[in-house]
Design a protein around this ligand. Structure first.
Ligand SMILES: NC(=O)C1=CN([C@@H]2O[C@H](COP(=O)(O)OP(=O)(O)OC[C@H]3O[C@@H](n4cnc5c(N)ncnc54)[C@H](OP(=O)(O)O)[C@@H]3O)[C@@H](O)[C@H]2O)C=CC1
Ligand SMILES: O=C(O)[C@H](O)COP(=O)(O)O
Length: 480
């Protein structure tokens, strides 16, 4: 399929910026040029910060709602254009990027509704015992929300579009200006995203999008005292580095995961096999919430392994631009080689390969392994690819104990017909999210989303939580 490479600027407060230092993005499937984008220098960061802080009156709730709703509409008319660009940046199958482009409309629409919502609160003084605080019975205390002066967002490559929307849309809903630093692997989608928001009426000062050298542009963005909050999604190592540098600043960290699909003996095994495959292979397995290990009770272990192997054969990997392809490439050949090494190590340690295992440049065929030792890097570390390692467990308690021994704590799924077993899992798992009879990546855009332990600080995303994150609450009391 032909594709004309794009040549894009950055945007500093809505103004295009073309510099003499372009960054190239290449298609992981065949190495051809997808496009170039300018890179910023320190003075451009300074210009972006100053433009945001210039003393603009905050956007009204009505304006925020209008911009977000119009943006959702424009995106719904351009899903194919965005899907094709994302596929050319990442090698993700069109099936995945079409789903992502469509989902971004939901995030923007949800944020437009959130922009109109008001969670202001009132507390009346007559809740205190008579005479306890002078005059308190007749006073009232109120809470209102105000936008931050400026926030920053740093996003990963794996969802080139929704990761931007998860951060930028709630900031707009809150009325907070934002400087966006997308992944250097997927900057083209980010620039097109910003252009669409400007087209929908977002004032330039509300959003800058830039990439540039870590030492002169990105780290100064993180440490700048004028930036009141940082929202980061990416790896644990970079997230912890940012947390260390950010200092006295609000920070939201959405980091890596190692999600389990726990399958109990009373589970519907057809459903379990479907969830294992959908959870492991969508987005080429490059999701923080992808199924990264299946923990199955001994009595159904062999049958489940067989069903997952059969279901895996239906997932076609290959040309990402072929609409029939289910699984495209990983982000790079080196990423695929890294996973291949972990696979070989697991097999050398006793894991049994049931399907897949082949690599062709950045393409990794969906792969199933059983009898995977619990301590091999393939299942201890986050493996960002289309792999389903299956591990036997004695019972739910054993599965929970193994899951809880992980340094990650993002999302875990349990497949069972028993409400009491499901509730035990929900209570006992040390994780940010639990889903019963669904994939760990299940998500409603409005609901809180995020992890604990090395997966995050428990400060969640999702439109409503993120809108709060990008605002200050002001408490005031009145004598009436
Ligand atoms: N919990 C969650 O919600 C999610 C978590 N993730 C996690 O993201 C990871 C995959 O994404 P990936 O892009 O590889 O993650 P990285 O941590 O490598 O990169 C994330 C972002 O940080 C930037 N970055 C790199 N170095 C620095 C630095 N020193 N200071 C500031 N920013 C820096 C990257 O820029 P550059 O591209 O230039 O390196 C990129 O924009 C996985 O671990 C995955 O689990 C992904 C999705 C959701
Ligand atoms: O977009 C999302 O749902 C979250 O940011 C996480 O995405 P992932 O689980 O697909 O990585």
């Amino acid at each position: 399929m032909s594709f004309t490479p794009v040549c894009l600027p950055l945007y500093i407060a809505g103004e295009p910026l073309v510099t003499s230092q372009p960054l190239e993005v290449r298609y992981p499937y065949d190495g051809s040029l997808t496009g170039t984008v300018s890179t910023a220098r320190h003075e451009h960061l300074e210009a972006a910060i100053q433009a945001a802080l210039k003393g603009h009156a905050p956007l009204s709730r009505y304006s925020r709602e209008q911009v977000l709703r119009r943006a959702s509409l424009i995106f719904s008319q351009r899903t194919e254009e965005f899907a094709r660009l994302m596929t050319r940046e990442t090698g993700l199958a069109l099936k995945d990027t079409r789903a992502e482009a469509s989902r971004v409309c939901d995030v923007l629409h949800g944020a437009s509704m959130a922009a109109m919502e008001c969670d202001d609160a009132t507390f009346w003084g007559d809740v205190t015992p008579p005479g306890k605080i002078l005059g308190s019975r007749n006073r009232s205390v109120h809470v209102m929300r105000e936008p931050l002066r400026l926030a920053a967002a740093i996003t990963p490559f794996n969802h080139p579009l929704t990761q931007l929307a998860h951060k930028v849309a709630p900031a707009i809903a809150a009325g907070t200006p934002i400087v966006l630093k997308p992944s250097d692997k997927t900057p083209l989608t980010a620039v097109r995203f910003a252009e669409t928001l400007y087209e929908a009426g977002l004032p330039g000062w509300m959003l800058s999008v830039l990439i540039g050298p870590v030492d002169t542009v990105i780290e100064p963005l993180i440490t700048d005292p004028r930036v009141e909050a940082i929202s980061f999604t990416g790896s644990v190592a970079i997230g912890k580095r940012i947390a260390g540098m950010a200092g006295y600043k609000r920070i939201c960290l959405e980091l890596g995961g190692n999600s389990e699909l726990i399958v109990l003996k009373d589970a519907d095994l057809t459903l379990a096999a479907k969830l294992a495959c959908e959870g492991s292979y969508r987005n080429s397995g490059q999701r923080c919430t992808a199924v990264k290990r299946v923990l199955a009770e001994a009595s159904i272990y062999e049958e489940l392994a067989q069903r997952i192997t059969e279901a895996t054969k239906a997932f076609m990997s290959g040309d990402p631009e072929d609409s029939k392809t289910d699984v495209g490439t990983l982000i790079s050949e080196s990423a695929a080689i890294g996973i291949e090494k972990s696979l070989h190590e697991a097999i050398a340690r006793g894991a049994v390969l049931l399907a897949g295992g082949q690599r062709n440049v950045a393409l990794l065929v969906p792969t199933v392994l059983k009898d995977v030792p619990r301590d091999v890097p393939l299942v201890v570390e986050e493996t960002f690819g289309p792999i389903t390692p299956i591990i036997p467990v004695r019972d739910l308690a054993d599965a929970v104990q193994y899951a809880n021994s992980s340094r990650y704590g993002l999302s875990t799924s349990v497949v069972t017909d028993s409400m009491s077993q499901a509730m035990t899992a929900i209570r006992e798992l040390h994780t940010g999210m639990v889903h019963v009879n669904e994939v760990p990546g299940y998500r409603l855009e409005q609901a809180p989303f995020g992890g604990i332990k090395d997966s995050g600080l428990g400060i969640k995303e999702g439109i409503i939580e993120a809108k709060k994150f990008y605002s200050n609450s002001k408490t005031y009391s009145l004598p009436w």
